[in-house]
Design a protein around this ligand. Structure first.
Ligand SMILES: Nc1ncnc2c1ncn2[C@@H]1O[C@H](COP(=O)(O)OP(=O)(O)OP(=O)(O)O)[C@@H](O)[C@H]1O
Ligand SMILES: [Mg+2]
Length: 255
């Protein structure tokens, strides 16, 4: 059964003294210290608003771990693609997509690939401090000859890679309904059986793109702004998706 399985409530973590928190935290457990080279220090993770094992973010970190567990329970043991979309703009869905991907990367037996599919307001390269010098998703879709490798970027976080949205902006091209889009996602997911894909999608309200993207995903996580989106607007938003793909609704409280 793949119906809406319980709701998740995310609150911003406390704004403690991050340097002191990092010192108090168990550095041995920090993802910043896991192998992969060039790893970020805990305060750098904090600055990027990324979950880590410091006590200050533990509650939030556990929420993402629960969401990870729920998705893994729904799956049949194979790697999968999860679309994360906000009901309306500014719910913090990009934050949720980023940290959910990170929760999978926490697990040393898995890797995560975050794909920024919000072409109107791409943000993951900024949040993760990645300079998309060799282009991103739309560049590949327009010019597949460049290959996939140049659009896969290291993030400084072990086992977490980013495909940025890209620089090509052809407003007339239906990127997400293209054959190439489906093919590239399939090949990214199938290449490594331990790789999990997370699509950071555009708002459901106002454009069909979120629904079109859901056709390319195995699961959909809908992010509602706590105190922002009304129950009826959430219901309307959720109604557009295949109920078998709906993994849950996250109520996120932005800081
Ligand atoms: N629960 C939270 N705890 C801490 N910081 C958060 C939380 N939710 C969002 N933020 C921060 O708020 C800012 C805006 O979030 P985000 O980038 O996800 O917004 P957005 O892309 O405008 O929203 P959406 O993707 O829903 O349209 C970011 O700096 C993000 O890190
Ligand atoms: Mg966003």
């Amino acid at each position: 059964m793949k119906t809406v399985e319980g709701d998740q409530m995310l609150k911003p973590s406390g704004n403690g003294d991050t340097a002191a928190d990092s010192r108090r935290g168990d550095a041995g457990h920090s993802i910043a210290l896991m192998k992969d080279g060039g790893a970020l220090a805990p305060h750098q993770l904090e600055a990027r608003r990324l979950i880590n094992t410091d006590p200050a973010t533990r509650e939030l970190t556990n929420s993402f771990r629960e969401l990870r567990t729920r998705l893994l329970e729904l799956s049949d043991g194979q790697n999968f693609t999860t679309l994360v979309v906000p009901v309306s703009q500014g719910c913090g869905a990009s934050f949720v997509a980023r940290n959910l991907a990170l929760a999978f990367a926490f697990d040393e037996s898995r890797t995560a690939l975050l794909v920024d599919c919000d072409l109107q307001r791409p943000s993951q390269h900024l949040a993760l401090d990645v300079e998309p010098a060799s282009g991103g998703l739309t560049d590949y879709l327009e010019h597949p000859a460049i290959g996939i490798k140049p659009i896969l970027y290291h993030t400084g976080i072990p086992r977490l890679r980013l495909v940025p949205a890209g620089n090509a902006q052809n407003g007339h091209m239906e990127y997400f309904s293209s054959f190439r889009m489906r093919a590239v996602l399939d090949s990214l997911r199938c290449r490594y059986p331990d790789r999990y894909l997370f699509l950071d999608g555009p708002p459901i309200k106002g454009s069909p793109d979120a629904r079109i993207l859901s056709d390319l995903a195995d699961y959909v996580v809908v992010v509602a702004g706590y105190g922002r989106d009304t129950p009826s607007s959430i219901n309307r938003a959720v109604a557009g998706f295949d109920p078998n793909k709906l993994a849950g609704i996250v109520f996120n409280e932005t800081p």
